[in-house]
Structures are given as structure tokens and as C-alpha cells.
Design a binder for this molecule. Structure first.
Ligand code: HGA
Length: 607
């Protein structure tokens, strides 16, 4: 959330900053802004709403200057207005910020008492004033930043520009990500390597508490104790080409369609098909000694974790605790030394999950992470990195990252089971075979796209929708409801099918579509009984099942969506597809902004 980019350049920077913001817009689209230094003064252009508004501003009033900073905002403090848009500035400094300054109220009061005037309601503006105050007192930029950083509580990635020093930028990070990019006679700051991809591939990742002074030709990094430090420069490998939608109308559609390929790509690094074995990257602990697994994640990643709980317990017979990261951190969980704590996050930067990871690490847990960005903070802090190979996910509603997470988690479940002596070679071969079948089955699921599109109107008019599932299909019900909420703004809830009669069935009338996720198999009849309880009360059901399930229970349903018959292990990967497509087509039918739904943003780097 919130994207930052800064350039100390040879030529004018505004166009390139805008291009960088385009790559970061998925992180926030409440407002955007750019500041440069030109002719001895700080110049700014800012605009409320999507980036197109800022682009128009810049067309009307171009911004010269060879040094600049830029920001795309997901508001935490203060409404999404132009006045609250970053960069925030005084006469002397301008800065952009990703994170939350938790003690901003106290700092603001202090600054107001000293006669400073505020132009915004943001937490961020206090930092501009604190740095500016020190500069006005005669401090150098380095001294000013060094003095101010310890006063800030909370989380920040900052890029700071100084009116009187048109040759340097200062960056700092604590909690939120920030990278340094090394160019040819230019130096950059960015929230991630993707933002800098067209400018450079040479990237250094700042560590927690680091701050950095960059000029056109140098980057001097200091740690939290202000000691000069070196951070390794890596080649990011992220493509400079603008990520595009291909033939699709939305990134989300493209990403749904990419799933068979990226899941296959992900599985390739976890399956040894010739040997009929699942395999994980090398680790320096014994998986067979793990007595308890604690899974922590947020949102869609949490639902992937919930599916994994079923798998780990069923196959490996290891007890699993699971919690959303924002709860886990603050409930003082009991963590026995030697337990495996597993964190799942697309970006690897999710603030709550990262903080939970650090908490678990401090409690002597072995840290494993499933992330889509192998250079992310979580990846760098893990004992065991289990990457997904989904490629950049731009649609705010997660799709391909989710199914790739499931693929990795299935492989981890099998590894855990083998390490525990719970999986014979034949059973392992069977798992490898079923997982290898998943991409083709997902392709088959995609072939029902047109039918799902044609039935979207059945759901699009609803105010409330319920999703039901049992066993590993229960998290899929939760995920289905979340997808629908996120992009179509229809209120939806996922329930364990058996829970209906304990309350939610009171909601049933003929205006509440009920989506039932029920592959034929051991739990099918139980789920169908719950479905019939709904139908008996006038509920309108959409049944997602295979041909056998639909033949058995499809009669009387408002609609059915037929999936290929698959092994229960891969059902969540396959059934994710219709659930995503349904949400997508409902949102398109309603005319909402599918890729940038209101109030949301990707890569949730604030608490
Ligand atoms: N707190 C700042 C920055 C918000 C942010 O980083 N969001 O992800 C603001 O509200 O402008």
C-alpha cells in the first residue's frame, strides 16, 4: 500500500516518476503526487483519485527538475483529498511516506505549539515539519534525518527531498519496504524492484531501521545505529516491460486465465515427477521433528492457510493452529520452542503478517514462508522460503497467487507427511500424480467461463449472497464470499455448510442466492443435506460440483456449474476458478472497477 519512487537523475524526472507510479498504482489509488526541485524551489503537482488525474495535471502544468519524488496513496489518516496527497512539503523539504506514524498526534501538537502550520490531516506531515525544523536551524540533511528518525513511532518508508540540496535524496525504512536502485549516473529509491524495473535492475534492499543518502553516483547506507553499512546489490530480474492485460479486459481476468500455467510453473519446483516425489528447498531443520504448525496470514492467503490446515492434519497428522495475523500478534499465543510457524503472503510485505513472523521468531519458532516475491522482507527473514511462481499479480483481488499458494502448501503437506512416516512411496506417487493433473483440470474449469458469465445476472442483483462448503471446501466458500465482496461490493458470507442451521439459515429467502461448493466425494451427501435445508426454505441455490454431483443433486437448483471430476486433494485449486470467475462476471455486470476496487489496495504494508 502506498507506492514510493524517487530519482536523482541526469535529465528531467517527472515523466519517469509518473511511469514508476503506474507500476505502483495497484498499491493505492486514493491520490498521487510528484515533487521536484527546480530553480531553487520545491515544486509539486498533486491530484485526488486515480493516476490519470495527476497525468492531466502534469500535461497542463509540466514539472521540470532532475531530482524528484512521487507517491501513490492508500489513505490511512485523512480523507483521500488533494490536500492530503503526498508529497507533503514545507519551503525546505518535501517527502513521501508509506506507513503510519503512530505518535503523530503528540508530534503535531508539539509542532503546532512551536508555531508550525499544518496543511493536511495526515500523520505524514509531521515528518516534513520535523525535518524542516532541523534544516531551518542549520542542520545538514543527513543530521536532520538522523535526529528525526528516532522520534518516529510506527512504520515508515520515506523519501525526502531538500530545496537547498538539488543533488541528494534521503530514504529511510522501518516496517515498510524500500529499495535503492543503481543506474548509470543516476540513483533511485522505490517501494519495490518492479517500480524501478525500467530504470535499473541493480537493487539493494534496505534492512529494518536503515536510512540512505543517495546522490546521482552514490548511495551511502546507515543502519539504525547510524553506522555506515553495505547492503548487497542484487540483479532483480524483474522485466522492464510494462505489465499489460494481454487480450483481457482486466488484470484480474488475465490472472485468472494464467492459473494453469503459473500453477504448473510453481509445481515444477516442488515435484520430482520422474522420481514420483515431492521435494522442498534444502532446510537446516528436520521436518519430521515438527510437533505443531502455526499458520498465520491475512485475507485470501489466510484461506489458503485454512485449506492447508485440513491437509497437514489429514496427511501428516500434525496439529495445526491458524490465525489471522492482526489477531495472532496481540493475543500472546502459546508457541512451544521448535514449532514450525508458517506465514503466507503474496507480497511478502504484509505488515501484520511480517510483524507476526517477527513475534514467532522471537519465540524460537522455525519460520517458513510462502511468498510470491522472493526478495521480500518475509523471504529474507525466513528459515525456509517456499516461493510461489505466480509472476506479478496486479489485480487487487488475489487469484493466481492464491492457487499457487495452494499448490505449494499441498507439496508441503506431502513433505511433512513423508517426514513423519505417514506417507508410503505409493501414496506419495499418487499425490504427485494428482497435483500434476491440477493445471489441466483448472483449464477445464476455465472452459466454463461463458456459462458463468451468462448466469452472473442471477447474483448481480442480490444484496446478500451466501457461500457454503464443507471440509477444505469451507475455506473456498470463505474465499468465494471475499472475492465477491471485494470487487462487486455485494455483501457475502461464507459458512461451513453444517453451520447454517445454527443461525445463518434465518437469512434465507428468495433474494439471497446461495452458492454451494460441493465436489462429489466423502462429504458430498452431508453438504447436499444442508443445501436441501436451504432449498426447503425457498433458498435459490447455485451448485458448483462435478457431473456426478450435479446429476445427484442439481435438480431444483437455480443454476449449476460443472467442474471436472478431480481428486479431493486438488479440488480447492480447481474450484477456485469458478468462484473467481463468478465474482469477476458479477462485478463486470455491475460495472465496478474490477482491478482497483474502492477502498482497497494491494501489498498491505500498514497495520
Ligand atoms: N499514513 C499515510 C501513508 C499511508 C500508507 O502508507 N498507506 O499504505 C497517509 O495516510 O497518507
Amino acid at each position: 500500500m502506498c507506492g514510493i519512487i524517487g530519482i536523482v537523475g541526469k535529465e528531467d524526472v517527472a515523466e519517469r516518476l509518473l511511469d514508476g507510479l503506474k507500476r505502483l498504482e495497484y498499491r493505492g489509488y486514493d491520490s498521487a503526487g510528484i515533487a521536484t526541485v527546480f530553480d531553487g524551489a520545491i515544486e509539486r503537482r498533486r491530484a485526488e483519485g486515480k493516476l490519470g488525474n495527476l497525468a492531466r495535471e502534469l500535461r497542463d502544468e509540466p514539472l521540470p527538475g532532475t531530482i524528484g519524488i512521487a507517491h501513490t496513496r492508500w489513505a490511512t489518516h485523512g480523507a483521500p483529498t488533494t490536500a492530503n496527497a503526498h508529497p507533503h512539503a514545507t519551503r525546505e523539504v518535501a517527502l513521501v511516506h508509506n506507513g503510519i506514524i503512530e505518535n503523530f498526534k503528540q508530534l503535531r501538537e508539539e509542532l503546532i505549539a512551536r508555531g508550525r502550520h499544518f496543511d493536511s490531516q495526515t500523520d505524514t506531515e509531521v515528518v516534513a515539519h520535523l525535518v524542516s525544523e532541523r534544516i531551518e536551524q542549520g542542520a545538514s540533511p543527513e543530521e536532520a534525518v538522523r535526529d528525526v528518525l528516532p522520534r518516529l513511532h510506527g512504520a515508515f518508508a520515506l523519501a525526502i527531498l531538500f530545496r537547498a540540496h538539488p543533488d541528494l535524496l534521503i530514504g529511510a525504512r522501518l516496517g515498510s519496504p524500500l529499495v535503492v536502485g543503481y543506474g548509470d549516473g543516476e540513483t533511485y529509491l522505490g517501494s519495490d524492484a518492479l517500480a524501478l524495473a525500467p530504470l535499473t535492475q541493480k537493487i539493494a534492499y534496505l534492512e529494518e531501521g536503515d536510512w540512505v543518502v543517495i546522490t546521482r553516483t552514490s548511495a551511502q547506507i546507515f543502519d539504525r545505529d547510524n553506522n555506515p553499512v553495505e547492503r548487497p546489490v542484487t540483479v532483480s530480474g524483474v522485466s522492464g516491460a510494462m505489465i499489460d492485460k494481454g487480450n483481457h479486459r482486466h488484470f484480474m481476468a488475465k490472472e485468472i486465465y494464467e492459473q494453469p500455467v503459473v500453477v504448473a510453473q510453481t509445481l515444477r519446483s516442488y515435484l520430482r515427477r520422474m522420481e514420483n516425489q515431492v521435494s522442498l528447498p534444502d532446510m537446516d531443520f528436520d521436518l519430521g521433528q515438527v510437533k505443531r504448525v502455526t499458520i498465520v496470514a491475512c485475507g485470501t492467503s489466510f484461506y489458503a492457510g485454512l485449506v492447508a490446515k485440513y491437509w497437514f492434519e489429514k496427511f501428516a497428522r500434525v496439529p495445526v493452529d491458524i490465525d489471522v495475523a492482526s489477531e495472532f500478534r496481540y493475543r500472546d499465543p502459546v508457541l512451544e520452542p521448535g514449532g514450525l510457524a508458517l506465514f503466507i503472503s503474496q507480497s511478502g510485505e504484509t505488515a501484520d503478517t511480517l510483524a507476526a513472523l517477527r513475534h514467532a521468531k522471537a519465540q524460537s519458532q522455525i519460520i517458513a514462508v510462502v511468498v510470491n516475491v522472493p526478495t521480500s522482507s518475509m523471504a529474507r527473514e525466513a528459515d525456509l522460503l517456499l516461493p510461489t511462481h505466480a509472476g506479478p499479480e496486479i489485480g487487487v483481488a488475489s487469484t493466481k497467487a492464491f492457487t499457487c499458494q495452494l499448490a505449494v502448501l499441498a507439496a508441503l503437506a506431502a513433505n511433512l507427511a513423508r517426514a513423519n512416516g505417514r506417507l508410503s512411496a505409493e501414496e506419495e506417487a499418487e499425490i504427485v500424480w494428482h497435483l500434476s493433473e491440477a493445471p489441466a483440470a483448472m483449464n477445464q474449469a476455465l472452459s466454463h467461463d461463458a456459462e458463468i458469465e451468462a448466469m452472473a445476472h442471477l447474483v448481480a442483483h442480490a444484496r446478500d449472497v451466501l457461500y457454503l462448503g464443507r471440509g477444505p471446501d469451507y475455506p473456498m466458500a470463505l474465499e468465494g464470499a471475499l472475492k465477491l465482496k471485494e470487487i462487486s461490493y455485494i455483501h457475502a458470507e461464507g459458512y461451513a455448510a453444517g453451520e447454517m442451521k445454527h443461525g445463518p439459515i434465518a437469512l434465507i429467502d428468495d433474494n439471497v442466492p446461495v452458492i454451494v461448493i460441493a465436489p462429489s466425494g466423502p462429504l458430498f451427501e452431508k453438504t447436499v443435506s444442508n443445501m436441501q435445508e436451504v432449498q426447503a426454505r425457498g433458498g435459490k441455490v447455485v451448485l458448483i460440483s462435478d457431473a456426478e454431483g450435479i446429476a445427484q443433486a442439481g435438480e431444483g437448483c437455480m443454476a449449476t456449474i460443472e467442474m471436472p471430476k478431480v481428486h479431493p486433494l486438488i479440488a480447492p485449486l480447481v474450484y477456485a476458478v469458478p468462484v473467481q470467475l463468478l465474482a469477476y462476471h458479477v462485478a463486470v455486470a455491475k460495472g465496478t472497477d474490477v482491478d482497483q476496487p474502492r477502498n482497497l489496495a494491494k501489498s498491505v504494508t500498514v497495520e
